[in-house]
Design a protein around this ligand. Structure first.
Ligand SMILES: Cc1ncc(COP(=O)(O)O)c(C=O)c1O
Length: 456
């Protein structure tokens, strides 16, 4: 179909996620019709580097032969069968394979189909665990301020992002919020120039205060380990997560690590918890699990948690939760092929190395007038743009500076999407240095352009 027709039909019928639809309707959308390797191809044949890995999930690039073939092979067997009352070969094989790479204390996998459902399942498991072991009063949560665990009601309750979720606040269940250890913009009560250690220690003492006061009613602490993604790629100070683990154990509260964004090599370890040698009680993954091909998510639990759900059907210990496409065979086949490629290419090691090299390139942006802070872990990058560097004063949000820079990146053949005025770079993990260099060079041009334009 002609580009113009597709654009008209999109405007007429579609409602896009996380999108200001009024602005969306003002411009003809870019319509993606194909992809190859690191590039997305639009309906006019233009090519764009996929700088956000199709929303933080693509791993090896697009149309990867091995994954394509695995899905086709599975298609010749069965596209979908239910896991309610039946077992499924790809789901079994994937479960065994995942157990080889997740932290050793995690022994069971519960599949679903999105990051939000993986988080939702972790929260429900935590509450029912305490119920099943005779402590039903432990049903509240601690989250981090501005955390993001997805857009279902439970996920919004624990990851309460004011900008996204404010209208729903009356619907959300009770949660306590500990300050985020954000060094560039420290929480109230910490000096603006505090060191990472000072920020970390303050945030931990606040967390401990909550645990001391409410521990008897708390089911779990939920954190995005090492990097708090949607809040602006906030990299936690070293040692923070380790201490959160220690506090969770001390106050008898489960630790849920949401690895939806950080998992599958993104931070230079297979899972971010490995940076801090932390073993969570529950862990959520999604996005990269299928190499960014198909919707699949997983929530991992310890044997101790699993055992608390065993009993006679009449005892009410069962986990009554499931989705129609839980453990979909095509998605599991893609995930298995994805893991083959991780192994064959020693990809996690590559990410760590490329991350360091990318870090060097990004440093060349630091002197630019409007670059306030550059945050990176592995291939997870946030570049925060500010109006005034000395005072860290943000741009007026009405200028939508981050969105405008990303829009202009398209003329360089690059797709990026910001988080407010933090430019996000989340390339497919297999993206080479030549492409990464091209992205940083284009960023330099477009961020520099802000200096000369009163109105970006
Ligand atoms: C840490 C984290 N958890 C959960 C989610 C929600 O994932 P999904 O969009 O697949 O529901 C995201 C999405 O960005 C995320 O970053």
């Amino acid at each position: 179909m002609e580009t113009r027709q597709l654009q008209d039909l999109d405007h007429r019928h579609l409602w896009h996620p996380f999108t200001h639809m009024k602005q969306w309707m003002e411009d003809p959308p870019l319509v993606i019709v194909a992809a190859e390797g690191m590039e997305l191809i639009d309906s006019d044949g233009n090519r764009y580097l996929d700088g956000i890995s199709s929303l933080w999930c693509n791993v090896h690039g697009h149309r990867v032969k091995h994954i394509d073939q695995a899905i086709r092979d599975q298609l010749d067997r069965v596209a979908h069968s239910t896991m309610l009352g039946l077992a499924s070969e790809p789901a079994i094989l994937l479960g065994e394979r995942l157990m080889r790479i997740v932290p050793g204390n995690l022994k069971k996998v519960f599949y679903s189909d999105a990051g939000a459902t993986a988080a939702e399942i972790a929260f429900k498991l935590a509450v029912q665990y305490w119920h099943n072991v005779g402590r039903p009063e432990k049903n509240e949560f601690v989250g981090l301020a501005e955390a993001y665990h997805g857009d279902t009601t439970g996920a919004m309750s624990v990851g309460r992002t004011t900008a996204f979720h404010k209208p729903y606040f009356p619907l959300l269940f009770k949660a306590h919020f500990a300050p985020t250890p954000f060094v560039y913009r420290p929480p109230a009560g910490v000096d603006a120039d505090a060191t990472p250690d000072q920020v970390r220690d303050f945030c931990l003492s606040e967390l401990e205060r909550i645990l001391r006061e409410h521990g008897g009613r708390l089911a779990a602490i939920a954190v995005e380990p090492v990097v708090q993604g949607a809040a602006g790629m906030i990299v936690q100070p070293e040692g923070y997560l380790r201490q959160v683990r220690r506090l969770a154990t001390r106050y008898e509260v489960l630790l849920i690590c949401d690895e939806v964004a950080t998992g599958f090599g993104r931070t230079g370890r297979m899972f971010a918890v490995e940076h801090e040698q932390v073993q969570p009680d529950l862990m959520c993954v999604a996005k990269g699990i299928t190499g960014g091909y198909l919707p699949l998510a997983a929530t991992f639990a310890t044997q101790k948690i699993f055992d608390a759900f065993l009993g006679q059907p009449t005892e009410g210990r069962t986990f009554y939760h499931g989705h129609t496409y839980t453990g979909n065979p095509l998605a599991c086949a893609a995930a298995l092929a994805n893991l083959d490629l991780f192994e064959e290419q020693n990809l996690v090691h590559q990410v760590e190395q490329k991350g360091v090299e990318l870090g060097g390139l990004l440093q060349t942006l630091q002197p630019l007038k409007h670059v306030g802070d550059i945050r990176r872990k592995g291939l997870m990058v946030g570049i925060e743009l500010v109006e005034d560097k000395a005072s860290r004063k943000p741009f007026d949000p009405r200028r939508r500076t981050g969105a405008e820079v990303c829009r202009r990146m398209r003329s360089h053949g690059i797709i990026l999407r910001p988080l407010a005025d933090t430019l996000v770079l989340m390339p497919p993990l297999a993206m080479g240095m030549d492409h990464l260099r091209r992205i940083v060079d284009a960023l330099r041009v477009e961020i520099h352009r802000l200096e000369s334009s009163a109105q970006p």
